[in-house]
Design a protein around this ligand. Sequence first.
Ligand code: ATP
Length: 249
Amino acid sequence: MKPIMEIDNAVKTIYNDNQNLNILDGINLKIYPKDFIVVLGTNGAGKSTLLDAITGANSITSGKILLNDDDITGKNLAKRSKFISRVYQDPKLGTSPRMTVAENLLLAKRRGLPRRLRLRHLKDNMESFEKLTADLPTLDNRLNTFTDNLSGGQRQTLSFLMAIIQKPELLLLDEHTAALDPQTSQELMELTDKTVKDKELTCLMVTHNLSEAVKYGNRLIVLKKGKIILDLDTEAKAKLKEEDLLEYF
Ligand SMILES: Nc1ncnc2c1ncn2[C@@H]1O[C@H](COP(=O)(O)OP(=O)(O)OP(=O)(O)O)[C@@H](O)[C@H]1O
């Protein structure tokens, strides 16, 4: 099977305290279609830097990143955002506060098209947005609510729906449930897992939650000081227990 993404010896060097420091230190990773890879690592291990390198938010110093065999190393964030979507930890990132839930969904659905939103577009899509949110207790009957007035959990569910409404080649989840209360966090995690399976998405999820890391996904990597120090395939991940991970933290 061909990988969707291939990261080949990615190095990110920064100059800090009068010395060069590799915050990504030779990352090699192949991400295959329908992979749901959990990324674990202590604070400062390089997880966000890795996601930034994948989206193009931050360029790598050396190495290569291929998306479906296309070398995207030199492509910027805007060019890559047609294929790669990301949900952040902060519910405020990724949604427009002065737009309604429906308008935000429309914006995400029309990604790559002219940004003008017309009433006609909204009317044409309202039925599909109602279906999309009908089974979600957090967003049911909220389509006309301004995003500013949503709770953190509602807003994060909206961010997630916006990230997947146009099927991305690669979905990046950057501790997307970490800022939510335990109940809401679990609901969003269940929605995430179901959506990844139903829509056959390819996904990389950063988390600090060891039980989530064991329960979800088909592969797991652990980052430490910019290197991948553990890379479990589907078979090894299936046998994984929470205590097996403790030695890495
Ligand atoms: N622009 C920068 N200038 C200096 N140091 C940086 C910069 N960006 C990242 N770093 C350092 O690089 C290391 C990796 O940071 P990164 O944010 O990727 O870690 P992380 O694994 O996402 O951590 P956390 O779990 O705390 O979010 C850290 O030591 C951080 O301080």
